[in-house]
Design a protein around this ligand. Structure first.
Ligand code: SF4
Ligand code: SF4
Length: 380
């Protein structure tokens, strides 16, 4: 008993640069079973979420002897002035500025685990960040890291919601912290600002409409949603940007979360022209690279259409010969939106070469659109 106290763990966590720490019971997730079922029934869960509800609420599936969960948070609210960007840029969410946070958090959690293990015999831990089925925000809430905002995010009084969350499952019991009540009150700025109305009602998010998910979704994006993406290439920060708690949140000095090669407003043409090597150099070190190059370039193409970037036409034309069928299809779609009938023959030639069904469909639709435009022009 008592080989290390919560206070000692908290002190060490601060020493190694963890901003927030709290303790929760592994049973705290059990109460979400019906909530998850209802979400699933309403169609609010997205394809990257774990479908097996039991896995989402059962830390013991990951560490059978788990007795507590240590929740941690790291602020990414770094001071950085966005300036000098070109006119034709795409937007990268703040979560992807700097080095992949999974790495940064994992390192700190491993250190914290080693500290606990050095004090107590027989301790087992498992460190988790994001890529696991457990309900992370709910753990953070129960550990007192912050309260739920109407945008579904965890908000801390001092750091706002620009925080990355991580969890250490541990086979040692610690008393749980106390959850905090929401402080949103009458505010509904995030609900109003959400471009897709993904916040269907306060605290309830339809993940399928959320641009954070849509920008990483595989394949073709519904055209209405693609329009709503605006310039977004990866993620969406809108409901956080408007939140008053973020406007007064503490800034942190954390060079690892400052942008390096990937800029918060990144030149679209550079993204469209990226080789595999360049993708690895620019996007590779950040958390935005996990879905691969084609998804990022697809989003850049959508961004060009949304902003009517004529400068992007040449690089998009080159993508008609891309190795990715998704990009071949999307380039035809984009050209039908950005160009006039002079582009018809290039898309027709691409269609003759095409073997992939989805790309063929997108090319045929692009040709129909252009031909339709031609008829309208005649009428005019
Ligand atoms: S991240 Fe964007 S799309 Fe998702 S809920 Fe917030 S504002 Fe809406
Ligand atoms: S914008 Fe307002 S309603 Fe939304 S999370 Fe922040 S305080 Fe709550």
């Amino acid at each position: 008993m008592g080989c290390v106290t919560k206070q000692e763990i908290e002190n060490y966590a601060r020493q190694i640069g963890i901003d927030l720490i709290g303790f929760a019971s592994p049973d705290c997730l059990k109460e979400y079973k019906n909530f998850l079922k209802e979400r699933e029934n309403l169609g609010y869960s997205c394809s990257i979420e774990e479908r097996d509800i039991q896995k989402r609420i059962s830390p013991e599936f990951i560490l059978p002897e788990v007795k507590s969960i240590i929740a941690i948070a790291l602020s990414y609210n770094v001071k950085y002035e966005i300036k000098n960007y070109s006119r034709n840029f795409g937007i990268i969410s703040r979560t992807s500025w700097g080095i992949d946070y999974h790495k940064v958090l994992k390192e700190k959690m491993e250190k914290l685990s080693e500290f606990i293990k050095s004090k107590c015999e027989g301790v087992e831990t498992i460190c988790l960040v994001d890529n696991n089925p457990l309900l992370e925000r709910e753990i953070a809430y129960h550990a007192g890291i912050g309260w739920y905002g109407k945008n579904g995010l965890i908000i801390n009084d001092e750091y706002g919601s620009y925080i990355f969350l991580g969890e250490i499952l541990i086979n040692k019991y610690f008393e749980s912290d106390i959850p905090k009540q929401s402080k949103c009150g009458d505010c509904d700025l995030c609900v109003k600002a959400c471009p897709t109305k993904a916040i269907v009602k306060p605290y309830i998010i339809n993940a399928n409409k959320c641009l954070s998910y849509i920008t990483v979704k595989k394949g073709k994006i519904d055209e209405k949603m693609a329009k709503k993406m605006g310039r977004r290439i990866y993620g969406c920060d809108t409901c956080q940007q408007v939140c008053p708690f973020n406007k007064r949140a503490k800034k942190v000095v954390r060079p690892e979360f400052l942008p390096d090669k990937l800029l918060p407003r990144h030149e679209l043409i550079e993204i469209l022209n990226m080789s595999k090597k360049e993708f690895e150099e620019i996007f590779g070190p950040t958390s935005s690279s996990w879905r691969g190059k084609s998804i990022i370039i697809r989003n850049a193409i959508i961004s060009c259409v949304n902003t009517k970037e004529k400068n992007c036409i040449e690089p998009i034309k080159n993508l008609l010969k891309s190795q990715s069928p998704l990009l071949r299809g999307y380039s035809a779609w984009a050209l039908s939106n950005l160009c006039d009938k002079e582009i018809l023959s290039e898309i027709e030639n691409a269609l003759l070469r095409e073997k992939d069904e989805m790309a063929k469909k997108m090319m045929t639709e692009a040709l129909n659109k252009l031909k339709g435009d031609k008829i309208e022009n005649h009428k005019g």
